[in-house]
Design a protein around this ligand. Sequence first.
Ligand SMILES: [Zn+2]
Length: 143
Amino acid sequence: MKFVTLDIQGFTIADEFVAKELGIYTGTKTAHFIFKPPQEHGYVNYEEINSILTKYLTDVNIVYVKGCQKYNFIVGRFNEIGGGGGGTFPLVLNVELSDCNPPVPNLERKIPICMSHTGRGSQKCSLSNCIDLYDWLIKFIPH
Ligand SMILES: [Zn+2]
């Protein structure tokens, strides 16, 4: 059973969530992307998000996310990709809907660790969030 944790940071524009930063953690490897417009700073073209998800998640069984908005975003992407490619995508689970003990940590209090957050006063980093989420999950998920 292969699982990863995934975190997205972004903005809601006209009722649509737009990802700005994507972090994926396998327990040993991280993948991290900062997207280009609609915001002006970024490195990866936003249109590439579907191919990034395909590349990094097709051999994964479960993707854990924290929060409905992130869950809906990822499931929406999978539906969009699957409609054209017929690929197999992992199960997406929102840890906030679990009855876990210890409770899900408040990820957003953590210190940012990626370069795009240093010195800019931001407290939310997808990379640190997905690593923190994994470290919490691994305590009680069989692996
Ligand atoms: Zn970051």
